[in-house]
Design a protein around this ligand. Sequence first.
Ligand code: PBG
Length: 335
Amino acid sequence: MDHSDGQFPHTRLRRLRYNPAVRRLIAETQLDTRRLVLPLFVRPGSCVRQPIASMPGHAQLSPDLAAEEACEAVQLGLGGVILFGIPEHKDAVGSDAMCDGGVVQQALRAIKAAAPELLTITDVCCCEYTDHGHCGVVTDRAGRRDVDNDATLELLARQAVSHAQAGADMIAPSGMMDGMVGAIRRGLDAAGFGHLPIMSYAAKYASAFYGPFREAAESAPQFGDRRTYQMDPAAAAGQAIREVTLDLAEGADLIMVKPALAYLDIIRQVRDAFPGVPLAAYNVSGEYSMVHAAAERGWLDLRATAMESLTAIHRAGAGIILTYWAKDVAVWLRE
Ligand code: PBG
C-alpha cells in the first residue's frame, strides 16, 4: 500500500468519530474542576453585591459575601479563588493594598474563617489601588510620566507580605515589573513566609481583552496605557520565554500566560520549553464578556462556546485555568 497518498479508502478517520463511545475513549483533553480558579472582586462593607454590568454573573462583593462565594467554591470542588480588591480610597501608591485593614486582607480573613481549606490566591499589583490606575509608582522623567520600576518593587513586596499575614496561600504578581518576583520572594522569606508559593503572571500582554475587568476593578489607567510594562502582542514569542526564564530564576513556582484564547501559541511554547513548571492561563474578562454578549443576541451557544474555549486552552498546555466560568463549568461537568 502506498503510504504517501491515496490511502483512502483504507484510512478513514471518520471511523474514530461515528460512535460517541469511541470519541469519548480517544478524547485526551478533559477539563478538571479541581484545576479551575475563580476570580473574585472584593470591596468594603457588608451585604454588598454590586453587579458588574459587562460581566454577567459577576459582582463586586463585600467580605461576608465573598466568604459565601468561597463556601460555594469548596462545595463545587474548585481549585481555588483569586482575589482582586477595590478599596474605599485610592491614592498615589495604593496604600490600601499594603495595610492590614485593606479590603483584600479583610476578605482573606472572612474567607479563611468560612472555608479554611479553600486555596486563596491574591493578585498583587497596584492598579486597583492607585488613583492614577497604573501598576506602580508614577514618576515624571524629562516630561515623560511612566511607572518607576524599582520604586514599585518595594510596594509589591509589602503588599505580598500583608496578604500573607492575612491568610493568602499563594501570591500572584501581575504588574509586569522587572524583578517583581525576586523582590516579593525576598520579602516573603524575610517575613517568615518562605513556604508560600508565587504564581507569576510571567507572560502578560498589553491586551484590549482586559476592558471589562477594568470596569470591574475600577482600574483603568487615567492617562496613557500599559504598553511600557505589559508585553507587546506583536513581539516575538521568544520574549515570553525570556520573561518566564527570568521569573523562574527569581523564584517563581508557577507561571501564567495571559490572556489565553488569543495566545494559545504562547501557552504551547511555554509548556514545551518548561515541561516541569506548573502552567496557568488566564481566560480574561473580555474573553468571557464577548461570549456572553453574543449569546445574549442568540448568536452563540454560551455553554458550548465556553466549554470549547476552555478545552482549547487546556489542550494548548495550560493545566490550570483562571476563568470567570469556573462555577458554571463545575456544574456542567457534573451533569
Ligand atoms: C492587574 C490585573 C489586570 C487583570 C488581572 N490583573 C488588569 C490589567 O492588567 O489591566 C485582567 C484580568 C481580566 O481581564 O480578566 N494588573
